[in-house]
Design a protein around this ligand. Structure first.
Ligand code: XMP
Length: 511
């Protein structure tokens, strides 16, 4: 495996994903990892990531210099290259010309990293750096330059150590993928062995070894891809000793619980209990306006209902959760846990409260890998490509107080949005698309009569990770159709508006 030492670059995850796409397993660890721990991981190559710091800075992140004595092939990217150059005795200085964005890179001498790029003199690459290497360390050859940086790539072919000033992991770098490939296969001589098929086999084996024959596992199913993949993997490993629980909290989409139950029991014969707790949730939400209050009520009630169900199963010792690799990295990042706290993504506190051990089979995977696993496991497309749906569900999309009538208006409107996105093939092209019911009425006219009815907002966004988003440029004909249908088919709505804000400064949800 390849270990990536993280110096705080925004692209570190991208490096890991690119390497995995090449069929090599990779993991990210903070640059502060101890040499002993690193050795214990038995890496076959190292990548030093970029980072926002200057090597001359007082608090510049460092790495145990012993890593350079392990005889491993190393690729340093941006800060990673500057740090290596500095540690190996080169000269690094803050650049007179900072370089951000696109740059023209020219090859200066041949090296294995450039293999297969033979007919080109140079590449368009993506830069983002403040420091530059002024003289290469002894033993290192200059491999490339740009118009503003004389030393934009260096290497020591004896030691198999290379440094790139640009970012080969980003899509804007021409042939970046091939350069990473060359590092993995030509320099480090690795053999691809990471695939979703091998992941599934290993994962099932590990689960079997981890969970003793007389112990049961409980898993909350939401109908989303993560919990479904967790459930199917565990089911393959331990069969009926897995107990899935789907809680209908009364704020799911139209027919959602039934569709999920049907498609999962039909395809996989899961041991699945559908708990109808709509009334309990809705009675507790009665009269509540504040969104955070809604979230708390739904979260606590979920835990209560889930715990009661789980306790009724004898010998339950484990809770299965769909934690993904980005959550794991976030909590071990050398910058400390990220400021963005996603407490709503897990069932906080449940394992400790019930004294359960955790089984998290997706801890190593990125979202796109989870999708590949899902496809390979034969999980239906409707689940694989399902848009993210918040735990508090429609409760935070009925703005203001929730009543059964208002929920029904939203449900019907939302169903039209989903149907039309599917029918026009836009569903999989956008990140998320849904309806929001606003807490106001406006004037309209139907036939000869004046109406005074609800407003529905459409929120349809593009995003890659929900951290930032922009409104999707849906063709006007499709918007017109959605609007017409909602106004004609959903009683109580006389106006539909389209949300054209980006995140930031807005958010994806309205509450
Ligand atoms: P925002 O509104 O913060 O949403 O831009 C980002 C992503 O998170 C989802 N979201 C939630 N998911 N519980 C969840 O499980 C929540 O309370 C919650 N709030 C927002 C939202 O749908 C989007 O995908």
């Amino acid at each position: 495996k390849v270990i990536i030492l993280d110096f705080g670059s925004q692209y570190t995850q991208l490096i890991a994903r690119r390497i995995r796409e090449s069929g090599i397993y990779s993991e990210i660890h903070p640059c502060t990892v101890s040499l002993e721990d690193l050795k214990a991981m038995q890496p076959s190559a190292l990548v030093l990531s970029g980072g926002p710091s200057s090597v001359a800075g007082e608090e510049s992140p460092q790495v145990d210099q012993g890593v350079f004595q392990l005889g491993l092939p190393i690729l340093g990217i941006c800060y990673g290259m500057q740090l290596m150059a500095h540690l190996f005795g080169g000269q690094v200085e803050p650049a007179r010309n900072r370089e951000y964005g696109r740059a023209s890179f020219e090859f200066v001498s041949d090296c294995p990293l450039w293999e297969g790029l033979g007919d080109k003199d140079g590449l368009t690459v993506w830069m983002s750096h403040g420091d530059t290497v002024l003289t290469p360390p002894p033993g290192f050859e200059v491999l490339g330059r740009t118009s503003s940086v004389e030393i934009a790539a260096v290497g020591d072919s004896q030691q198999k150590i290379y440094g790139l000033q640009f970012h080969p992991e980003v899509a804007h770098t021409e042939e970046g993928y091939r350069i990473l490939h060359n590092f993995l296969f030509k320099v480090a001589g690795l053999v691809p062995d990471w695939s979703m098929t091998s992941f599934i086999q290993d994962c099932i084996q590990e689960i079997r070894e981890m969970i003793p024959d007389d112990e049961q596992v409980v898993c909350g199913l939401s109908g989303g891809i993560d919990s479904t993949v967790v459930a199917v993997l565990l089911h393959k490993a331990i069969g009926k000793r897995l107990h899935c629980i789907l809680v209908d909290n009364g704020v799911l989409r139209h027919n959602e619980a039934l569709e999920v139950v049907e498609s999962l029991t039909k395809h996989f014969d899961l041991n699945l209990k559908h708990v109808e707790a709509q009334d309990l949730f809705l009675s507790r939400l009665h009269g509540v306006k504040d969104p955070e209050e809604k979230r708390k009520i739904i979260g606590h009630t979920f835990i209560e209902v889930f715990e009661k169900e789980a306790k009724s199963i004898p010998d339950v010792k484990w809770l299965a959760q769909g934690t993904l690799y980005p959550d794991v990295i976030e909590s071990v990042s050398f910058k400390g846990p990220s400021a963005v706290i996603k407490s709503h993504h897990n069932v906080g506190g449940l394992p400790e409260k019930m004294d359960l051990k955790l089984v998290e089979p997706l801890r190593e995977l990125f979202k796109d890998e989870v999708r590949k696993v899902a496809v390979e496991l034969g999980i239906p497309d409707t689940i694989v490509w399902r848009h993210p749906f918040p735990g508090p569900g429609l409760a935070i999309r009925v703005i203001g107080t929730i009543t059964p009538e208002r929920l029904e208006i939203l449900r019907k409107s939302d169903r039209i949005v989903q149907n039309e996105l599917f029918a026009s093939n836009w569903y999989t092209r956008v990140w998320q698309g849904f309806a929001v019911l606003l807490p106001l009425k406006t004037v309209g006219v139907m036939g000869d009569e004046r109406t005074y009815e609800h407003v529905v907002a459409l929120r349809i966004v593009d995003s890659i990770d929900a951290m930032t988003a922009d409104w999707s440029r849906i063709p006007p004909e499709i918007l017109a159709r959605i609007s017409n249908r909602i106004i004609n088919e959903v009683q109580g709505v006389n106006r539909v508006v389209f949300d054209i804000s980006s995140k930031p400064p807005s958010t994806i949800e309205w509450e």
